[in-house]
Write a protein that binds this ligand. Structure first.
Ligand code: AMP
Length: 420
C-alpha cells in the first residue's frame, strides 16, 4: 500500500501546538476587537484577477501563485495573502468607512520550503479602509506592538519608511534605475534581473557584492512629495507620542507592489535564522480603485503566525496552553464507572478523560500521567462495593476517599475551585 506524507512546505499541526495556534488567534482577536476591528473571513480562493492587482512585478504573483482552472473554466488562485481579498470585499459590500477588519488564516505561496518558510503558512492581520489620517497609521502599528507585547515578546524591532505616492514612487524607481544601470557591471546577476522587473527590489538584495551600490543609491526621502513627507513626519510624531520605538529604514521597500506612503516591518532579533521578519504592512491607497472601487485609502499589516511562534520559542514565551484534562478516571471494575464519572465531571465543567479496553491499573495510571491531569479518580472493587471513590493528586500522590455521591464536590475542592 502506498503511504502518504504532507506535501513539501506543509505541515500537520498537532496538539498541543494546535491549541497554541488557537490561543494565538484568540489573543490577537482580543487585542484588535478591543480597538474596533471586526472579524472578516474571506474565501481561501478567488478569481486570479484579484491577486494580480497585488502587482505584476511581485514574486508572489509572478512565481509563487497556486492558480488553476476550475471545472467551470474559471481561472482561480489560492490566496497568497488577504489584503487584496479584503479590498475586493470592500468593493463588493461597500461598508461604511472607516472599515476596520481583522482576519486569521492560511495563505499559499509556492516558495522554497525551509525553516520559517512554508508553502501554506498562517497570518493574522488587520486592515483599515477609508481614512488617510497618519494617526491611523500609528494606531495600526501600535496594535501590532501591543500584540507582540501581550505574547511576551521583548525582542521585536520596528522599521518604518515611506514609499511616497505613486508618482513619487515612479520617479524614485526611475532614479534607481539610472543609478544601477550606470554601474551594471558591479551588480550581481540576480540583481541585474531584479532591476529589469522592479528597481526598488534591488534594495532588498542581501548579496555582499551589491552592498556598496545600494549604500550609494538615491534615497526615497529625497523623492517624497510635500504631502507624503508631511504624512510621514506625522506618523513618526504619533509613534513617538505613543512611546513606540522605531527606526527609519529608507531601504525598506517590502515585497508587495501596492504599498504607498507608510511601510513598516517587524523583525525578531531573537531569531537567528534567515527569516527574522515576523510581520509587516503599510498603506495601499490605490488598491481599492485598482479593484474597481472608488478611490479609497487603506492601511494594514499581516503577521506571520508560524514565524512569530518560532520567535516565541526563541524567547521562551507563549507556551502551549496546559492540558484541559484535569481529572483522569481510573476504573478497575470494567469501565462503566469511568463512563458515568467522566459524564458527571464533564457536565460539571471539569475536564475528564479515561482509559479504554479494561486496562490494568498500572497502564491506566501511566495514561493518567501522560494526560497532564492534576487528579486521578480511582475506583476499584472495594470502592464499588462501598460506594466510594479515591481522589489522588498526581503530583505528590496524596489521596482521600470520598462518598460516590460527593465525588464531583470533592474533585472541585481538590482542584481548588469554588462550588458553583
Ligand atoms: P507578507 O505578506 O509577505 O508581507 O508577509 C508578512 C509576514 O508573513 C512575514 O513577515 C512573515 O512573517 C510571514 N510570511 C510570509 N511568507 C511566509 C512563508 N512562506 N512562510 C512563513 N511565513 C511567511
Amino acid at each position: 500500500m502506498p503511504t502518504f506524507a504532507t506535501s513539501p512546505g506543509t505541515r500537520d499541526i498537532l496538539a498541543p501546538e494546535a491549541a497554541r495556534w488557537r490561543a494565538f488567534q484568540q489573543l490577537f482577536a482580543d487585542v484588535v476587537e478591543t480597538a474596533g476591528y471586526g472579524h472578516i473571513i474571506p474565501p481561501m480562493f478567488e478569481d486570479l484577477g484579484v491577486f494580480l492587482r497585488v502587482g505584476e512585478t511581485t514574486e508572489i504573483v509572478t512565481k509563487e501563485m497556486y492558480d488553476f482552472d476550475d471545472k467551470g473554466g474559471r481561472r482561480i488562485a489560492l490566496r497568497p495573502e488577504q489584503t487584496a481579498s479584503i479590498c475586493r470585499a470592500f468593493v463588493e459590500h461597500r461598508p461604511v468607512t472607516p472599515w476596520k477588519v481583522w482576519y486569521a488564516g492560511p495563505n499559499f505561496r509556492y516558495e522554497k520550503p525551509q525553516q520559517g518558510r512554508y508553502r501554506q503558512f498562517d497570518q493574522v492581520g488587520i486592515e483599515a479602509l477609508g481614512a488617510d489620517d497618519p494617526q491611523l497609521d500609528a494606531e495600526v502599528i501600535a496594535l501590532a506592538m501591543e500584540f507582540y507585547g501581550r505574547l511576551g515578546l521583548r525582542h521585536v524591532t520596528l522599521s518604518v519608511n515611506s514609499l511616497g505616492d505613486s508618482g513619487d514612487r515612479d520617479r524614485y524607481a526611475a532614479a534607481l534605475r539610472t543609478h544601477f544601470t550606470a554601474h551594471l557591471d558591479a551588480l550581481s546577476p540576480e540583481s541585474r534581473a531584479t532591476l529589469e522587473r522592479n528597481p526598488l527590489r534591488v534594495l532588498d538584495s542581501k548579496r555582499a557584492e551589491d552592498a556598496p551600490l545600494i549604500a550609494a543609491a538615491p534615497k526615497m526621502a529625497d523623492h517624497l512629495s510635500e504631502a507624503a513627507a508631511a504624512h510621514f513626519a506625522n506618523v513618526q510624531s504619533s509613534l513617538r507620542a505613543a512611546g513606540i520605538e522605531f527606526v527609519v529604514n529608507d531601504r525598506l521597500v517590502r515585497g508587495l507592489d501596492y504599498y504607498r506612503r507608510t511601510t513598516f516591518e517587524f523583525v525578531s532579533t531573537a531569531l537567528a535564522a534567515a527569516h527574522t521578519a515576523i510581520g509587516g504592512g503599510g498603506r495601499y491607497d490605490g488598491l481599492v480603485a485598482e479593484l474597481g472601487g472608488p478611490e479609497t485609502p487603506g492601511i494594514g499589516f499581516a503577521l506571520g503566525l508560524d514565524r512569530t511562534l518560532l520567535a516565541c520559542d526563541a524567547e521562551g514565551v507563549f507556551a502551549a496552553p496546559a492540558s484541559r484534562v484535569e481529572v483522569f478516571v481510573v476504573d478497575i471494575t470494567g469501565g462503566d464507572q469511568a463512563t458515568s464519572v467522566c459524564a458527571e465531571l464533564r457536565a460539571a465543567g471539569i475536564g475528564a478523560d479515561r482509559a479504554y479496553e479494561g486496562r490494568r491499573m498500572k497502564a491506566q495510571m501511566k495514561a493518567a500521567d501522560r494526560s497532564g491531569a492534576r487528579l486521578a479518580v480511582i475506583i476499584g472493587d472495594d470502592e464499588l462495593t462501598a460506594n466510594t471513590a479515591i481522589i489522588r493528586t498526581m503530583e505528590g500522590g496524596s489521596q482521600q476517599s470520598v462518598q460516590r455521591d460527593g465525588l464531583v464536590a470533592g474533585v472541585r475542592q481538590a482542584l481548588g475551585r469554588s462550588t458553583p
